[in-house]
Design a protein around this ligand. Sequence first.
Ligand code: 76R
Length: 249
Amino acid sequence: MSEAAQTLDGWYCLHDFRSIDWSAWKLLTNEERQEALQEFNGLLAKWTTTEAEEKGSHAVYSIVGQKADFMMMILRPTMDELNQIELEFNKTKLAEFTIPTYSYVSVVELSNYLAGESNEDPYQNPHVRARLYPKLPQSQYACFYPMDKRRQGNDNWYSLSMDERRELMKSHGLIGRSYAGKVKQIITGSVGFDDYEWGVTLFSDDVLQFKKLVYEMRFDEVSARYGEFGAFFVGTHLDADKLQPFFEI
Ligand code: 76R
């Protein structure tokens, strides 16, 4: 049996994708719509307090295309809190006018492929902590997709030795690093939690960098030979100022 990579696991993560039932939303009076938005803003204010206390983070993005209208990405120390948040949102007035279209459950993950030898407890290292418990960037664009590592015939990631995988991950990391400052990535592990093995969330102020990074990685053996991909979602940041016009009729 090949040696499993060791993972460091951080905050739990929910990607919640919703479409809006615009016809029903339009039937409300202006006042009813404002009430629903106020309630949602109250929820967001609570999440912002949690973020300020460094007990989680969140980001809301509008989604381009028909797969969803918006995405809420939420990070919390426990999966139970994610469940609570989901419930709380579902009980709001606004939720009555949303249609769940996709969701993804995972946990922020760092693997030890490229970690050097050290006797220190990585969970105490401030650089590691900043990545395991990240404050989500409020970049203009986000891209999300789930992925697997292939397990077929001669292309089985899980039957490669640790050394072979480490070597392959080196070149993956090098490509990634060449996008430093342009794209920020958060890898979340989802084996046992959701249908794929990882969620990939990318953030950038230049949407074209997603295409460039993902395309370049396709030629790297880790993705070319071993990557299997789910649906891609891309969209624009919905900060507090943009929420009102987004929902306005
Ligand atoms: O953690 C690290 O930064 C060390 C190097 C590294 C690891 C271990 C790294 C760097 N990644 C790692 C693990 Mn990655 N990553 C993806 C995708 O579309 C595709 O083809 C793949 C989707 C992107 C775009 C991306 C970006 N990475 C992983 C894993 C887990 C593998 C496992 O455990 O088997 C997956 C699934 C994955 C996928 N990666 C980087 C990036 C970028 C931008 C970096 C550089 C980060 C930096 O140095 O700042």
